[in-house]
Ligand binder design. Structure first.
Ligand code: COA
Length: 337
């Protein structure tokens, strides 16, 4: 994997803000000690290398799934926004673990939430950068729409795709969903975004159900990863794409109220904080109790900050995600729930 990275495009959506957030974590808490019963690992190794102490898994016996989490997070975000399901014009769900390949999760949300049939519903797969990709895309879609309200969800059930015989990956991931309602509004500032992708199926790979190799033999559906290569990629791209979006928006890091970074590993965020020279207090994460929830991690953290009152309203927030694809994306957006 080359460390050389092209940078370039900047997106700007005029006059939009996030007016509601929501999240949902499944009921089953799995601690590091629980995983040490399954693979050769320890709480000490996991917490010092990643910052993770526990994660949540869906309890299928209780009917929990990626779809139920997506519904719950979306309902909460809509309720917090003060808008109704009928007002939504666009519904995007970022995920690489949908409950079904088709219908899309977004389409099923139309039914579950009672969205209008003319809502533009689709899933976005940009792995852990998915929520930021989807938020920017939704902004573009509502820019000219007659119903300029978007529901953007990140929802994952990674416990379904991790390999529980591989200690280097199974300890990292968890399940969850987060959502935000994005509104076009007079007087709202621009959403500014930058993004990138670089095809690479060696650093991080999840074949998905039904995938076959070149000879047509079924592939194990488990996620596989070159942890060190991904760590190098992440610690380079996270500070870089954050700096890019600040430069594109003409904003100093000190003008940002909160940085909401994808929660893959606390050490990755620590490196970004050091490189960017920002106050660590404004980058605090929640990976200790969520693990890496891929596309759900940014909106789950955002919602936790809103619910705990840690975010002033309105707040200038920079979000950034990075992950399989490889993909990365960052955006500056106003949050005023
Ligand atoms: N428990 C105990 N030991 C483990 C372990 C575990 N869960 N997983 C790996 N190890 C061992 C390895 O086998 C290796 O042993 P060895 O030296 O005898 O070969 C040793 O720990 C060090 O492994 P290494 O891979 O170098 O560890 P690391 O410090 O790079 O940390 C990650 C591993 C996965 C935590 C780290 O590389 C990482 O976070 N990478 C990015 C992953 C990521 O964020 N992916 C998602 C992106 S969206």
């Amino acid at each position: 994997m080359t460390d050389e990275m092209q940078t370039g495009q900047v997106g700007r959506v005029p006059g939009v803000r996030i007016v509601g957030t929501g999240s949902a974590l499944p009921s089953r808490t799995v601690t590091n000690d629980d995983l040490a019963q399954i693979v050769d690992t320890s709480d000490e190794w996991i917490s010092t290398r990643t910052g993770i102490r526990s994660r949540r898994y869906c309890d299928r016996a209780k009917g929990e799934s990626q779809l139920t989490l997506a519904c719950e997070a979306a309902r909460r975000a809509l309720a917090a926004s003060g808008h109704t399901a009928e007002e939504v014009g666009v519904c995007l769900v970022a995920t690489f673990t949908p409950s079904a390949a088709t219908p899309s999760t977004a389409c099923l949300l139309e039914r579950e939430l009672g969205l209008a049939e003319d809502t533009l519903c689709l899933d976005v797969n940009a792995a852990c950068a998915g929520f930021v990709y989807a938020l920017y895309t939704a902004g573009c879609l509502i820019e000219r729409a007659s119903r300029p309200l978007a529901l953007v969800v990140g929802a994952e059930e990674l416990s379904r795709v991790v390999d529980f015989s591989d200690r280097s990956t199974c300890v990292l991931f968890g399940d969850g969903a987060g959502a935000a309602v994005l509104e076009r509004a007079a007087g709202a500032p621009d959403l500014v975004a930058t993004w990138g992708s670089r095809g690479n199926d060696e650093a991080l790979f999840a074949p998905g159900a039904g995938a076959v190799d070149a000879q047509g033999a079924p592939l194990a559906s488990h996620l596989s990863m070159d942890g060190r290569a991904v760590f190098r990629f992440a610690t380079e791209v996270l500070p870089r794409c954050t700096a890019e979006v600040l430069a594109a928006a003409g904003v100093e890091a000190t003008d940002v109220d909160r940085f909401v970074f994808h929660q893959a590993n606390k050490r990755i965020v620590d490196v970004a904080v050091r490189k960017l020279g920002v106050d660590p207090e404004r980058c605090a994460g929640n990976i200790d109790h969520t693990g890496n929830t891929s596309a759900a991690s940014v909106p789950i953290l955002l919602d936790e900050l809103v619910r705990t009152g840690e975010l002033s309203s309105p707040a200038r927030v920079v979000m950034a995600g990075f992950g399989a694809g490889l993909t990365w994306a960052s955006c500056l957006v106003e949050v005023a729930p």
